[in-house]
Design a protein. Structure first.
Ligand code: NAD
Length: 368
């Protein structure tokens, strides 16, 4: 199968997406920051959390479900921990504020725990692990999507969890090591990409209400022809948790940590069954390695990573990678070559821009 791909230079895409968010109601600096974080997801290869989200975020802004120009409210605070409320601000604004709050506390006290609730979609969680790692901190992040149940638990067919990502970031002198994944077989955004003609999701990533396994995006979105903004309340089925009972258990714990402990709430039940506003909750733990008295943590971590990489490959010529390596390589390649987007994705972003009175930039004709 071939797909129509439009490759957009990074600076063109950054400027265009920043213009869209500015036209939608952000101050110029906030619009640029939202664009920068979305592009960061594309650069690392996670197109599911990149600029493809633009139409949906703008729609949420227009519906008042997410707001420009917000900041954190501190709900409870001690020197080492806090609950903070994102006031339904854009996740690319609220995320950095919450992470920087945790970083400052961990640098002062050796460790910190920050529970964030009521944030707009915080996108690729690896961004937040990287932000802490470049400050020399280990961080662990457990995330849920309040009001956003999409994933069936192990042994079930009904939506009970959101896609609940987990991220662990570790600093080393040669750059951060970042593990960052959804606890569903694939992130919802990967079904979104597939629904736009992009890479198909694996068979069994989705389940129909009668228990039939499938890879069909319509299980999540219903009929999708001709619509630019996908609506997961239109599908009758669910995503599936990865790793059978183990991944399902991790997703469950994300709900307890990011939903119940932060006070933001779990992904379901959704009142009246009608999906409305969704928000991310995130419980983040920051650890300063030096404060534990162990010396040489960063070097020991890197030495061990090299030992793991030196494993003989199971398949001739296929290198053993450590967490974060695919993202680092993608970033280098895409910075040089531009961001490949499905033609449908580019068309949807352009339609959103035109709806705001903007003229899309000229880009090369799509290639098959
Ligand atoms: P994925 O399945 O691509 O897994 C990514 C992780 O696996 C990374 O740590 C990567 O370095 C590692 N990895 C990939 N290939 C590897 C290899 N060959 N060897 C070793 N490690 C390898 O990711 P995903 O589950 O599709 O998640 C995509 C993104 O979606 C993540 O950035 C996640 O944070 C984000 N997400 C966000 C939300 C939200 O609500 N904000 C919800 C779900 C997912």
């Amino acid at each position: 199968m071939t797909y129509q791909i439009t490759t957009v230079p990074v600076d063109v895409l950054q400027g265009f997406v920043a213009d869209i968010f500015t036209a939608a109601g952000c101050a110029r600096a906030e619009g640029a920051q939202v664009a920068q974080h979305l592009l960061s997801a594309n650069l690392t290869g996670h197109d599911s959390h990149g600029v493809i989200r633009t139409p949906r975020y703008v729609q949420w802004m227009q519906e008042g479900k997410v707001r420009a120009g917000q900041t954190l409210t501190i709900v409870t605070e001690t020197p080492t921990h806090a609950i903070v409320d994102g006031n339904y601000g854009l996740g690319q604004t609220i995320g950095p504020l919450a992470v920087d709050f945790g970083i400052a506390k961990a640098k002062a006290a050796g460790l910190s725990v920050i529970g964030l609730r009521h944030s707009g979609h915080v996108g690729r969680i690896g961004d937040w692990g990287e932000r802490a790692a470049v400050e020399g901190l280990i961080s662990l992040h457990f995330v849920n999507v309040q009001g956003g149940e999409l994933v069936a638990p192990y042994g079930g067919v009904d939506r009970r969890f959101s896609t609940n990502p987990v991220c662990i970031g570790v600093p080393t002198q040669q750059g951060p090591i970042i593990l960052d994944f959804a606890t569903s077989v694939v992130a919802e955004g990967k079904v979104l990409v597939a629904s736009n003609g992009g890479k198909p999701v694996p068979f069994g990533a989705l389940i129909e209400p009668d228990g039939t396994l499938t890879a069909d995006p319509r299980t999540l979105y219903g009929e999708i022809e001709g619509t630019h903004v996908r609506d997961s309340s239109q599908g009758a089925g669910a995503l599936r948790a990865f790793g059978e009972h183990k991944g399902s258990g991790l997703a469950f714990m994300c709900e307890l940590l990011a939903g119940c402990l932060t006070g933001g709430g779990t992904s379901g039940p959704i009142p009246g069954g009608k999906r409305g506003r969704i928000a991310n909750g995130m419980l983040s733990i920051y650890l300063s390695p030096g404060s534990f008295g162990t010396t040489g943590f960063e070097q020991a971590a890197r030495d061990y990573a090299n030992y793991v990489k030196a494993s003989r490959p199971a398949e001739q010529g296929v290198e053993v990678l450590i967490p974060g390596e695919p993202e680092t390589r993608n970033r280098a390649e895409r910075l040089a070559k531009g961001i490949p987007l499905q033609a449908e994705t580019w068309a949807a972003i352009c339609a959103t821009a035109q709806g705001l009175g903007l003229t899309p930039p000229a880009v090369p004709t799509p290639n098959a």
